[in-house]
Write a protein that binds this ligand. Sequence first.
Ligand SMILES: *Cc1c(COP(=O)(O)O)cnc(C)c1O
Length: 402
Amino acid sequence: MKKKKNSPADKIQDLQYFGEFGGVNPSIADSTTFTYLAGKTMHDVFEGNREGCYLYSRHTNPSTSYLGQAIAEMENTEGSILTSSGMAAITTTILELCNSGDEIISSQTIYGGSFAFMQNYLPKYNIKTHFVDTTNLDEIKSKINKKTKLIYCETMSNPLLEVSDIRSISKLAKTYKIKLIVDNTFTPMIFTPKELGADIVIHSLTKFINGTSDTVGGIICSDEEFITNLIDVNSGSAMLLGPVMDSMRAASILKNLRTLHIRMKKHSENAKYLSEKIFKDGICVIYPGLKNHPQNQLMLQQMNQEFGFGGMLVIDMKTKQKANLLMEEMQAKNLGYLAVSLGFYKTLFSAPSHSTSSEIPENERKNIGLSDGLVRISIGLDNDIERTYKLMRRCIEKVNSF
Ligand SMILES: *Cc1c(COP(=O)(O)O)cnc(C)c1O
């Protein structure tokens, strides 16, 4: 297995903290506002003529900055801005980049909330989105015109687990001077989209990065210039829309971030084991680590291999009824929880066509192959995955025998 020279995990490990009292964790900056010794200094900060001073926590806060620096290290970007949720990161970024009359080209298989924002909300501001199959470069190209501001995709799409060819898409974007935004929520550590050419990398921290299903959060990672624009006191969408993360939460997420590499490896190992077994049993399963996955080779070429193919897998039970029965059965056997979201220590499962992707209209769902029988499963950190497999197989057999 190839290990990168500059692994995202090493970069987090190499950060060093000396807290206010020499603590090994930075002290939590539990303040909304910060004092100045001179009125002139405050004025200079407002004017943008002085950096490195904290002013007000909607702008920046030391605790959120620590977390922001750590994730920017992981993503190899110059800077970052923490947000109160993944959706806040997505909407703030798009509203910063797009003016009325601009156009977006987006993958058609994206998180339901992102789809709904572009499809239903942005038209209010006269911003139009073309939804395309981003695995087809010609289709992207055919929608590019003078109004195109950005291309939007997920590293691994939700819920079909299609892998984007970020290198090729970014080349196309650069040719036309369009920004490429990549949502890396499903694959932290596994992908470093910036190194593949993405301009802006977004995460919902709610999922794998925090990993304890106790808080929502998000982050925008990009170059210093974009970050500075976002927090501009006169015009920045992060500053003016105000989607800030609280310092207490930032401190707790930072602590969880430190075990992300171990968790991702375990999620991946477990998901790979299960998908291979279930596939051999003749069940229809989607997992990018399987040889039959259409982007298996592409993923191998782009990923940081030491972290595996990720913790998400999808089983197609063919009908809505069977999907529901399987989820109820798996919960009854304590295999995990019937709940949306992902990246928890316990396995989580939901049927995307009637939950997280229900914002996508039915005919659209059919078009993109989002069947009613899909069960999306975020595989947990189970210690004995063979035991889990046996339980899961019994649940599937029971449902299929009805
Ligand atoms: C959950 C999720 C989001 C939204 O994040 P929130 O923290 O719930 O706002 C965005 N993109 C993807 C891929 C997600 O899974």
